[in-house]
Design a protein around this ligand. Structure first.
Ligand code: NI
Length: 185
């Protein structure tokens, strides 16, 4: 089932997600719904707060960011109760967007490599290292479960210039091709 995506301005996007247990109600269905919602919106990642659930869960599909045959082919993965334990490497800029903040795209600088601990959808514990675009998507989604949005990484002047457009997004005054829930409508 495709779920509505919460738009900028909704307080749920600012809450820190709580950890969940293996018996969290309808977890497998929620994960399937999140993948379906992400794919319908042509996203590469989606975090639970974006579907109005303040929990530490996000899904990623970075495979379509890479060309076929590239050494790094991206991942399609579920991250539960994730914790980034190390971030290293040079900061590099990349133009990010967010399904909760449609039409706005800005360069964000992040470190290149991460080490992350998490549980997969079967609740197996994992510790893995990711780099480049896949690390970038994980860092963006990880921010969501911490109540942080990509625009928070922009310089204050840049962010203040976006204020009018952000207000319009909260009010639903934006053209978007997937189902959204707007806080100020
Ligand atoms: Ni996002």
């Amino acid at each position: 089932m495709v779920l509505p995506i919460v738009a900028y301005g909704d307080p749920v996007l600012r809450k820190k997600g709580v950890e969940i247990a293996k018996d969290y109600p309808n977890l497998q269905q929620l994960i399937d719904d999140m993948f379906e919602t992400m794919e319908r919106a042509k996203g590469v990642g989606l975090a639970a707060p974006q579907v109005n659930k303040s929990i530490r869960l996000f899904v990623i599909d970075s495979t379509r960011m890479y060309d076929e045959g590239e050494e790094n082919e991206g991942i399609r993965e579920v991250f539960i109760n994730a914790k980034i334990i190390d971030e290293t490497g040079d900061e590099w800029g990349y133009e990010e967007g967010c399904l909760s903040i449609p039409t706005i795209r800005e360069d964000v600088y992040r470190e290149e490599d991460i080490v992350i601990q998490y549980y997969d959808r079967e609740f197996n514990f994992r510790e893995k290292k990711f780099t480049g675009l896949t690390a970038r998507v994980i860092q963006h989604e990880y921010d969501h479960i911490e109540g942080i949005l990509f625009i928070d990484h922009l310089k204050p002047l840049k962010k203040s210039l976006l204020k009018g457009r952000l207000d319009n997004i909260s009010k639903g005054k934006v053209s978007v091709e997937y189902k959204m829930k707007f806080p100020k409508v």
